[in-house]
Design a protein around this ligand. Structure first.
Ligand SMILES: [Zn+2]
Length: 229
């Protein structure tokens, strides 16, 4: 049984197989995560080799033969690997994103494909890696349908705003009002979480987060993902 189809993908990983072959792991728009075996990949000289570097975007013809995926033809690709690997901060961020994506995205889903593609595109350009990493995490949470509830107290169901915010709880997946929490707190953090829910990559820096805020929000989402997925 053989199926041929056009698709696009982001390369997640490339590894050597024996002394002549290659294997790449991709996340495709239609069929999600797959391994692709490239026979003689270590010794042939062709655009396939440059195109299949990690973080690249490729578009082409794929072929399933007996449950295995092959890359029949590359129509277009965008070399994101080169600009990312030339900057150590971007390179580390890309590896981090790969690791998180691999851990939490298991099934094929076009919206996660688009998130990954956008993340690497913006990372390869002039955007701050810390901001990209944070937005990737917040959108991963959002697209997973588990973004913290920010308008209703998770204990007493009162409406919460900047006037009565107590805290944002990872365990309760949302806000707790100042009355239930015992004190008023987390003002800036709360506003940032509201902003991050819908901000686009282009407008990220308009949130004007301080370095310390970026770090605490990043840790918050890391903990949030590990406890709520
Ligand atoms: Zn309450």
């Amino acid at each position: 049984m053989e199926t041929v189809f056009k698709d696009e993908a982001i390369v997640l990983r490339k590894s050597l197989v024996g002394s002549v072959d290659l294997s790449i792991t991709v996340y495709t728009k239609q069929v999600g995560k797959e391994n692709i075996y490239i026979s003689k990949g270590q010794i042939i000289k062709s655009t396939v080799i440059t195109a299949t570097e990690p973080f690249n975007w490729i578009k082409g013809v794929f072929r399933y033969v007996k449950g295995k995926l092959y890359l029949q033809e590359i129509d277009r690709y965008r070399n994101l690997s080169l600009p990312i690997s030339q900057d150590i901060k971007k390179f580390e961020t890309a590896f981090y994103i790969n690791r998180v994506f691999n851990k939490y995205v298991i099934f094929p889903d076009e919206k996660f494909y688009i998130l990954l593609k956008k993340t690497f595109y913006y990372l390869s350009e002039g955007y701050s890696p810390e901001y990209i990493k944070l937005n990737f995490l917040s959108k991963l949470v959002y697209l997973s349908g588990i973004y913290p509830e920010l308008d209703t107290c998770q204990i007493c169901k009162a409406k919460v705003s900047l006037r009565n915010i107590g805290t944002v709880s990872v365990e309760r997946t949302g806000v707790i009002c100042s009355k239930c929490f015992g004190k008023r707190n987390g003002y800036g953090f709360y506003s940032s979480l509201k902003g991050l829910k819908s901000v686009s990559f282009q407008n990220l820096e308009k949130l004007k987060l301080k370095k310390g805020d970026i770090e605490s929000l990043t840790s918050f989402f890391e903990e949030y993902l590990s406890k709520n997925t």
